[in-house]
Write a protein that binds this ligand. Structure first.
Ligand code: ZN
Length: 325
């Protein structure tokens, strides 16, 4: 699509470099250990502080829970100004498209990092299933500050993060008609079909018959979900299935507000359900107002059939029930 007139000024920003954003704390072992615990990494080198996980690169310069609360000396420019400007022309929604991290070398405790941001590219206007808009690419380059005592006199590049978003006008916005109630989903757009592999086929075939199946190791009996080829406990490839009761509790949840993606209704409550058998799965919550979902709430599975691009498919969803005892 040809650029609208107003895009010229925004496009002129491409290539602009935004100033430094510093990290609050130097690279340090306690944060690295806690991050590794949260990510479920059991590498002993992260626990004893002898190595810093490379994938933490972005973490070191994060602002924390307060928006735009950066350490003194950080830039006051807004590296996302192009997104704000596009938004002002009627493109309210944003979805992250892809993110690529590059690491130049391992980091050591004590290093102080900062990053600079470059507005790398703005694609031409594109029409997609989500809506019409622009792909915007930002590149954050991370540096370690020079430290003569550590044998690094100059600042040096340590890695890079490419972050691409799609800033768009939704194709079919679904407007709330009353508090907590949404208009019916747009009928023509089908639900996406799940990718089904030899490892996951049993789950969907069970759903078709109204059964919630959990994969079980034939060798040690450990239950696992999501399905996979081998047992994480004993590494056996032999497995069968157990039919779950369908009873569980809400272990955690999110309520999806934006972007509004047809045919889903919005807000869209999605639960991490802990089944009474012990495994957890992610499923849509039904029969509950998004503001009333609660952790620990008892739920029961229901199977509903939806039209998808791959034909009709049964999908497990969970509805709150009165908890017993
Ligand atoms: Zn096993």
């Amino acid at each position: 699509m040809a650029d609208p007139d107003w895009m010229k000024d925004i496009r002129a920003l491409v290539g602009k470099e935004y100033g430094r954003v510093y990290g609050w704390d130097p690279v340090n072992a306690p944060m690295a250990r806690q991050w590794a615990e949260l990510m479920g990494l059991d590498n002993p080198a992260y626990a004893d502080g002898s190595a810093i996980p490379a994938a933490m690169l972005q973490v070191w310069c994060m602002e924390g829970p307060q928006l735009n609360h950066y350490p003194p000396g950080s830039t006051t420019e807004n590296p996302y100004e192009a997104l704000k400007l596009i938004e002002a022309h009627g493109y309210p929604s944003v979805v992250a498209v892809n993110s690529e991290l590059e690491f130049d070398r391992p980091l050591n405790a004590g290093e102080r990092l900062y990053y600079t941001t470059r507005l790398d590219a703005i694609g031409e206007e594109k029409a997609t299933a989500l809506g019409t808009g622009f792909f915007v690419t930002l590149v954050m380059t991370y540096f370690s500050q020079g430290d003569a005592a550590a044998g690094r006199a100059e600042d040096g590049r340590v890695g890079q993060l490419l972050f691409r978003v799609f800033k768009f006008k939704p194709a079919n916005p679904v407007k709330p008609v009353a508090d907590g109630v949404t208009a019916p989903a747009v009928p023509k757009i089908l639900r996406p079909a799940p990718g089904i592999s030899d490892d996951t086929r049993f789950f969907w075939e069970g759903a078709k018959e109204g059964k919630l199946l959990i994969q079980r190791c034939k060798s040690c009996g450990t239950l696992r979900h999501p399905p996979g080829p081998s047992c994480p406990q004993c590494h056996s490839f032999e497995w069968d299935t157990l039919q779950a009761s369908g009873r569980g509790t809400v272990y955690s949840f999110v309520v999806m507000h934006y972007p509004e993606v047809p045919p889903f209704e919005h807000p869209n409550p999605i639960g991490l359900i802990e089944l009474e058998e012990g495994t957890r799965l992610i499923a849509q919550l039904i029969g509950v107002k998004p503001g009333e979902v609660a952790v620990g709430q008892a739920v029961q599975v229901e199977f509903h059939t939806f039209d998808t691009a791959a034909g009709p498919m049964a999908l497990p969803q969970f509805r709150p029930v009165q908890s017993v005892g």
